[in-house]
Design a binder for this molecule. Structure first.
Ligand code: NAD
Ligand code: UGA
Length: 513
């Protein structure tokens, strides 16, 4: 098994460089040696990534392992633990052939040539760096376990998003306990977005592999490159040093989030001036140097990573004596928080400065469409803001259930990013929140509607029927710009759309964030 770093491999290293070669029969030379991959962490990244590797590399055995029995049971069932378009088909094709899910972490790690680590890297809640730095507890325990159980050489791949220089710490853990075994550490950050994970994995803009610039490091890079080269064109597989790969991941998320905060900052100015943020974004994005993607104004970005990774970046800048750089990136998060607060204030001020006792229908709770994930969703802050003003909420999301919503609304900041079975249980359910299973029940007798996720079905609801069943005046606050505001106005709604020219009603009741 440990032969994957031997002369046969060096031979490949010199020859590989074209997809043609990978597809030729000579490929067996390598694959017959590299037979098993294991991934620690069966989450949103580990599960889909490994399923696609199994699909594209039928000669490689892929085992996904996790400490959470519930998660592994779900991966082995008909109802997978995460909702992701296309994922069911890929898992069903490979499970029981070359893809398995197991809680027997140590056995599979010991048997594998290459071990991916895709565990949680939450924001620290206590101690040094609390509220900013990444908590590497789960990573460290995975690394110690690898060192303990390994009996042969291994390539250890950082898949989790980690602070720059984490590989150095991991290397120390592995080599101090190595018993003469060689470990090569690689950084292979994941760029998939939820909701499009399978298509992102099948057709990535790039795959990034960072490794040591030593002969062993280069061989390890090539071994991983060979796995991806089964389906990713070689010119899209970028190989760098370890620190560049680790930092590129944090930088990419920071740049993406910065675009959203930029357009959201513009949305506030649009509302104040009568400009339309969609028109501004379209005009700006037509410049090929800027490009059209990721310029949709919204109630704010959510998701498990943007905030966490920027906070982590801020902390790294501060630790490296770069306070100005830290402040620059911190502002991306401040604008995101401002956008959520601004949205809540707009609702409250439009409804005669109080929502106390009023029923507000919340359509959408997931952090974006086509996922059931609610981690750091802007809906949490918006709902908490409305509950703080004593509103009664009726929430509907096609993919998020009542338990999840109650947990999210009662959980402390950052607690969500720990393995589920280690999260604190919600003490009591949040009063004045009901969760329903369709938009018409949610909106019946409501005073206002907030749209917080851009699910396609919200575009085509029967808004006339909804209007008829609501209290008057009936309000729609569209945090995702999904509805046809003019059509709704004709029905009789008062409509607020992020960054769009304001109704006279709203102009008369300005919201101060
Ligand atoms: P997740 O919470 O869905 O999955 C992590 C899994 O790791 C959990 O199931 C947990 O039980 C398991 N785990 C933790 N410690 C373990 C241990 N010692 N042994 C075995 N299993 C263990 O998280 P995720 O969304 O998959 O994210 C994982 C990493 O990937 C994070 O660093 C994240 O920043 C990064 N990332 C996430 C995304 C995304 O879209 N979610 C995209 C790119 C990168
Ligand atoms: C993001 C990145 O897009 C991935 O490349 C990265 O791998 C991942 O984070 C990660 O590291 O976890 P994800 O969070 O799944 O992916 O989803 P995005 O599509 O980036 O959306 C993030 C948030 O921004 C969502 O709340 C979305 O609604 C919001 N958004 C996105 C906007 O408000 N406007 C936009 O124009 C785009």
């Amino acid at each position: 098994m440990q032969n994957h770093l031997n002369d046969g491999f060096v031979f490949r290293y010199k020859l590989v460089g074209s997809v043609e070669y990978i597809k030729s029969g000579k490929d067996q030379l390598f694959l017959s040696k590299m037979v098993k991959i294991c991934c620690i962490g069966a989450g949103y990244v580990g599960g889909p990534t490994m399923a696609v590797i199994a699909l594209k590399c039928p000669n490689i055995q892929v085992a996904v392992v996790d400490i959470s029995t519930a998660r592994i049971n779900a991966w082995n069932s008909d109802t997978l633990p995460i909702y992701e378009p296309g994922l069911d088909e890929v898992v069903k094709k490979c499970r029981g052939k070359n893809l398995s899910f197991s809680t027997d972490v140590e056995k599979h790690v010991a048997e594998s040539d290459m071990v991916f680590v895709s565990v949680n890297t939450p924001t620290k809640t206590q101690g040094l760096g609390a509220g900013k730095a990444a908590d590497l507890t789960y990573w460290e325990s995975a690394a110690r376990m690898i060192a303990d159980v390994a009996k042969s050489n291994k390539i250890v791949v950082e898949k989790s998003t980690v602070p720059v220089k984490t590989a150095e710490a991991i290397e120390k853990i592995l080599t101090h306990n190595s018993k003469g075994i060689n470990f090569s550490i690689l950084s292979n950050p994941e760029f998939l977005a939820e909701g499009t994970a399978i298509s992102d994995l099948l057709n990535p803009d790039r795959v990034l592999i960072g490794g040591r610039e030593t002969p062993e490091g280069k061989k390890a890079i090539e071994a991983l490159r060979d796995v991806y080269a089964h389906w990713v064109p070689v010119d899209r597989i970028l190989c760098t040093n370890l620190w560049s790969a680790e930092l590129s991941k944090l930088a990419a998320n920071a740049f993406l989030a910065q675009r959203i905060s930029s357009v959201n900052a513009m949305s506030a100015l649009c509302e104040a001036t009568g400009a339309d943020v969609s028109q501004v974004a379209h005009a700006v994005g037509k410049d090929t140097r800027i490009g059209p993607k990721f310029l949709n104004a919204s109630v704010g970005f959510g998701g498990s990573c943007f905030q966490k990774d920027i906070l982590n970046l801020v902390y790294i800048c501060e630790c490296n004596g770069l306070p100005e750089v830290a402040t620059y990136w911190k502002q991306v998060i401040k604008v995101n928080d401002y956008q959520k607060t601004r949205f809540v204030n707009r609702i409250v001020s439009s409804m005669f400065n109080t929502v106390s006792g009023k029923k507000i229908a919340v359509l959408g709770f997931a952090f974006k469409k086509d996922t059931g994930d609610t981690r750091e969703t802007p809906a949490i802050d918006v709902c908490k803001g409305l509950i703080g003003d004593k509103a009664k909420l009726s929430i509907y999301d096609p993919q998020v259930n009542q338990d999840q919503i109650q947990r999210d609304l009662s959980m402390k900041k950052f607690d969500w990013d720990h393995p589920v079975h280690l999260q604190p249980m919600s003490p009591t359910s949040v009063k004045d929140v009901s969760v329903v299973w369709d938009a018409y029940t949610a909106t019946k007798d409501a005073h206002g509607i907030c749209i917080l996720t851009e699910w396609d079905e919200f575009k085509n609801l029967d808004y006339q029927k909804i209007f008829n069943d609501m209290q008057k005046p009936a309000f729609v606050f569209d945090g995702r710009n999904v509805v046809d505001a003019e059509k709704l106005r004709k029905i009789g709604f008062i409509v607020y759309s992020i960054g769009k020219p304001l109704d006279d009603w709203l102009k008369d009741m300005p919201a101060v964030a």
